[in-house]
Design a binder for this molecule. Structure first.
Ligand code: ZN
Ligand code: ZN
Length: 362
């Protein structure tokens, strides 16, 4: 679930899934699984083997098509499906966790996520709300954003716009997942929730869990210091930037994302980055900085637009930030995240007209 290319000619994240299994680092196999989401043609599932069997990272979308593709690739790598003992999920998007239910049901796999992992399909989500806000360390600003929670309930976004309607096919898919139709598509219940800096032994390597909130609050990267590897999920991708949603649980997801990108720059010795979409690459620190720069430029676009817009709505600013083909709720949500970032930094003020938020720069 990523949007907004960063102006490079080749979008490797968009290409169809390769059928061949490739060893991208000693003992680390990349299996590309087909997906079809905006801007994305595949998701990378990484497989590592140890004495106990196989660990997978991010086993793709729910449904039989992905399961078949995964089985074929496992077979061609000489790995029986029943050898899978652990699945690690980098974050709570369906192209990353989709097969967890099926694998858990069939093989009783261990499911590892960050401790804050939850999907929006999680029936316990509402009960957890309080805890999650506290554990984020950044309670939602009750004056501005949380005050509009009632909007969410009556079909409006937190910024007062109309709520995005999911295409029917996805609605049905999500409904099936929620109903647990389930065994095959069931949402994952983690069996092990890890914290930042926890160490996991996978495939004969020691991986440090690196909590990288921003794209989602529960995003996890895996760092093998000795081997110089970083499994980066959607946090750092080769040519596109992940969607930053203003609908998340923290007050300033863009600030979280910046901090998480700085984290990537600080970790020493990474030679190879293994992203969830696109090919492996080197230069993690440079790529993290380029993504930050991309967002700084977009913040400047908002500042520049503010003179003309005066008290602009999120939708007004979105039209300055995104090309028309991208207009919609995801673009609005990302614009909202950027506007809130500037408001929290003291650069913008928000006022309400009815339920519609209007942002003006000081
Ligand atoms: Zn994602
Ligand atoms: Zn993704």
């Amino acid at each position: 679930m990523c949007t907004e290319p960063t102006a490079k000619p080749v979008r490797e994240e968009r290409r169809s899934a390769r059928e061949e299994v490739e060893e991208v680092a000693p003992g680390v196999l990349r299996m590309q699984l087909p997906i079809s989401l905006p801007g994305l043609g595949h998701v990378n599932c990484y497989a590592m083997q140890d004495k106990r069997g196989v660990t997978l990272v991010d086993p793709g979308l729910p449904g039989p098509r992905t399961y078949r593709a995964l089985s074929q690739r496992m077979k061609s790598a000489g790995l029986p499906m029943k050898r899978i003992h652990t699945v690690i999920v980098t974050h709570s998007h369906p192209d990353h966790f989709g097969q967890v239910g099926a694998l858990k049901n069939r093989f009783g796999v261990e499911v590892v996520t960050h401790k804050s992992f939850r999907t929006f399909l999680d029936p316990e989500a509402e009960e957890d709300e309080q805890d999650l806000q506290v554990s984020s360390g950044k309670p939602i600003d009750s004056d501005q954003t949380a005050a509009t929670d009632s909007n969410v309930l009556d079909g409006l976004t937190p910024w007062g716009g109309a709520r995005y309607q999911l295409p029917l096919q996805r609605k049905v898919g999500y409904w099936l997942m929620r109903k647990g139709a389930g065994k095959f598509m069931g949402t994952p219940a983690p069996t092990r929730r890890v914290d930042d800096n926890d160490v996991l032994e996978i495939g004969g390597r020691e991986w440090t869990a690196v909590h990288t909130p921003g794209h989602t609050k529960d995003h996890l990267c895996l760092w093998d210091q000795d081997g110089g590897l970083m499994i980066s999920g959607d946090h750092v991708l080769p040519t596109i930037t992940p969607h930053i949603s203003g609908m998340g649980e923290t007050a300033d997801p863009l600030a979280d994302f910046f901090d998480s990108l700085d984290r990537m720059k600080e970790l020493p010795g990474v030679n190879t980055v293994l992203p969830a979409h696109g090919l492996d690459f080197s230069g993690l620190a440079d790529r993290a900085e380029a993504i930050k720069e991309h967002h700084r430029e977009r913040l400047q676009v908002l500042r520049d637009a503010s003179g003309e817009l005066g008290q602009g709505t999120v939708n007004d600013y979105m039209k300055r930030l995104f090309k028309e083909r991208s207009w919609g709720s995801m673009a609005e949500s990302e614009t909202f995240a950027h506007l809130e970032h500037l408001r929290i930094a003291g650069e913008a003020e928000v006022s309400t007209e009815g339920r519609l938020l209007r942002y003006e720069f000081s």
